[in-house]
Design a protein around this ligand. Structure first.
Ligand code: ADP
Ligand code: MG
Length: 612
């Protein structure tokens, strides 16, 4: 077994999950049975620790406790200025990137290195829980993460010894955990309210393709704000307590109490807090908490409204709302969400675990174990082969959902050609040389027939892992050859974008050049077939006048082929076609008829280059 796990690398908590053979998803727990791992790394004189223990060291003056490193991930030092202002640990500028000093070990750690420490911890946890080595993983990121942030997350995975098969959006993962895409299509809102961030996304799911229609949110809105609001109220009501809370460890105790009270209020309507050591005791009601939280609710809905407006979608058009993040247990938020969309809430999956569970679903799909599942991905660039004249013949256009399959018939270009050279290409350009070469192979053993007669079926097949297999089969003999390619590997998102940009900017000249090359190829085919026909027929089929007209037009066509005007070549082909029409009708030889009528298949050159 080679398991693929799903990882939610969160701002406050991280988790790892795995989908078992029977289809159920299990969130993997630590030895103490805890599913969540605080995304906290402590750099202390005794060593580096991660998770619950690290979090306890927050007030230890000899220790640097790094939390919320996700906020720094893949961003430049300058870009993180606002974030750094909120962090209590030092962040320095290391060649333009943020880095955290670890003086004990005489080094600095970058955000991906911090992420790697968290991921390593989850990886060991998974290995222990599953009883085998774990390397392959899917990691989630917020939908708004840009390429640099995604790449940094991938780097963190690589540093942790993980083979990151894919980075997927958190809202997409949440939807997957609810079986959307596999069983159900539609428009879904994902409302993710965590410890320190609020992310709202609108997802459109059609035939297994997930499209993020809009995102918005607030990078500084979450459960910690509510804890702070409760704490502030306590401190304002009790000056003695406020004085004691000058000490960070006291403040920390109070903050934890505030969180505990808040969490209790999602189950009861009133909670009493007693802290005898601080001579403090108070009662908090749900009604009072709702009042304290009201400004945050309006801030969240401000973001929701702007996303809906940007997308031009009415709240009523949304088919369901998925709740993600610990803070959506907050009853006031649930009511507000239900009211805004007027739709039932999808909340049967634990909001703390839902993203990791969805990542595990995607991981399972990528493991290729389940052939029945849809894959939620598309080909980033078109795939095809090179045909005569160095042009690209596309079999699978870009943005095709995978797994995918395409078949097309090709033929030979030269009389008696016994092999074809299949050159597999990726890209949007018309000319093969401008596209990316993915590989090539030769199909030999083709029976020696006139050019255009053999039927060579080329099949492109992309499996759930994005692996492309190209095969070619000659239909009369059944002779086969194939090649297996990993097309998406080594092609970064930026590369794809760059290639697309190039294709667009060259579209017109590419098109004209292709037209010219195709016309020349077609002209050559028609000339060859005509010559062959003229050589085989006598005056009983073709009279002298007709023959001379055809020969004269062939000469005109040859001259046109030497020029650069594709349209002129096409016009001359059409004229020749008209002249040979009576001949074609009188001929019985099927392959000649087809060649003459111009309705031929695209040709593939023989091994060792093209044509005569
Ligand atoms: P993140 O995605 O940012 O890592 P989480 O999704 O783990 O965050 O959410 C953590 C937040 O959820 C914390 O602020 C926690 O207090 C809050 N939370 C957990 N349970 C409840 C509850 N029952 N009611 C209100 N808030 C809760
Ligand atoms: Mg989260």
């Amino acid at each position: 077994m080679k398991p693929v796990v799903g990882i939610d690398l969160g701002t406050t908590h991280s988790l790892v999950a795995y989908r078992k053979e029977d289809g159920t998803v299990e969130v993997l727990r630590d030895r103490e049975g805890r599913a969540l791992l605080p995304s906290v790394v402590a750099l202390s004189p005794d060593g580096v620790s991660v998770g619950w223990g690290a979090r306890e060291l927050i007030n230890n003056p000899k220790t640097t406790v790094v939390y919320a490193a996700k906020r720094l991930m893949g961003r430049s030092f300058e870009e993180t200025a606002a974030e750094r202002a909120h962090l209590s640990y030092p962040v320095i500028d290391k060649n333009g990137s943020p880095a955290i000093p670890d003086p004990e070990r005489g080094r600095t750690l970058t955000p991906p290195e911090i992420g790697a420490l968290i991921l390593s911890n989850l990886r060991s946890r998974a290995e222990e829980a599953l009883g085998c080595a774990v390397a392959d993983a899917v990691i989630t990121v917020p939908a708004y993460f840009n390429d640099a942030q995604r790449q940094a997350t991938k780097d963190a995975g690589a540093l942790a010894g993980l083979n990151v098969l894919r980075i997927i959006n958190e809202p997409t993962a949440a939807a997957l955990a609810y079986g959307l895409g596999e069983k159900k299509d539609g428009l879904f809102a994902v409302f993710d309210l965590g410890g320190g961030t609020f992310d709202f996304s609108l997802l459109e799911i059609r035939k297994g393709i997930f499209e993020v229609r809009a995102t918005s949110g607030d990078t500084h809105l979450g459960g910690e704000d509510f804890d702070r609001a409760i704490l502030t109220e306590w401190l304002e009501s009790d000056p003695g307590l406020a004085a004691k809370a000058e000490r960070p460890e006291v403040k920390d105790i109070l903050r934890k109490e505030a969180e505990r009270a808040k969490i209790a209020l999602s189950k009861t309507s009133e909670v009493t807090v007693r802290l005898p050591s601080l001579e403090f005791s108070t009662t908090l009601t749900r009604a009072r908490l709702d009042t304290l939280v009201a400004p945050f609710v309006s801030r969240a809905f401000h973001a929701v409204r702007s996303a809906m407006q940007d997308s031009g979608i009415e709240p009523q058009a949304v088919d369901g709302v998925i709740l993600v993040g610990g803070s959506t247990r907050f009853l006031r938020f649930r009511e507000a969400v239900a009211e805004f969309f007027g739709k039932p809430l999808l909340d049967s999956v634990d909001p703390d675990l839902v993203v990791a569970e969805g990542a595990a679903v995607q991981a399972d799909i990528l493991s290729g174990r389940r052939k029945d599942l849809l894959l939620l991905d598309v080909t980033p660039l078109s795939l095809g082969i090179e045909t005569i004249g160095g042009v690209t013949s596309t079999l699978i256009p870009r943005n095709t959902t995978i797994p995918a399959q395409a078949k097309e018939l090709f033929t030979t270009y030269v009389d008696g050609q016994v092999n074809v050279d299949i050159h597999v290409l990726q890209g949007e350009r018309e000319m093969a040389a401008d596209n990316r070469s993915l590989g090539r192979f030769t199909l030999s053993g083709i029976p020696p027939l006139p050019a255009g007669a053999p039927r060579i079926e080329v099949t492109f097949q992309i499996d759930a892992n994005g692996i492309l297999e190209v095969s070619a089969r000659e239909q009369t003999t059944g002779q086969r050859a194939n090649v297996v390619i990993h097309p998406s590997y080594g092609l970064a998102k930026e590369d794809v974008r760059e290639l697309l940009k190039e294709a667009f900017s060259h579209a017109k000249e590419d098109f004209e050049l292709r037209l010219l090359v195709d016309s020349r190829t077609e002209a050559q085919t028609v000339i060859n077939a005509t010559a062959r026909a003229l050589a085989t027929v006598g005056s009983d089929i073709l009279d002298e006048r007709e023959r001379q007209a055809i020969e004269a037009q062939t000469k005109i066509l040859r001259t046109a082929m030497e020029g650069n005007d594709g349209k002129k070549v096409r016009d001359e082909i059409r004229t020749l076609d008209r002249l040979t029409q009576p001949l074609a009708e009188r001929l019985v030889n099927h392959s000649l008829t087809e060649a003459l009528s111009g309705k031929h298949l695209p040709e593939i050159p023989p091994e060792g280059g093209s044509h005569a």
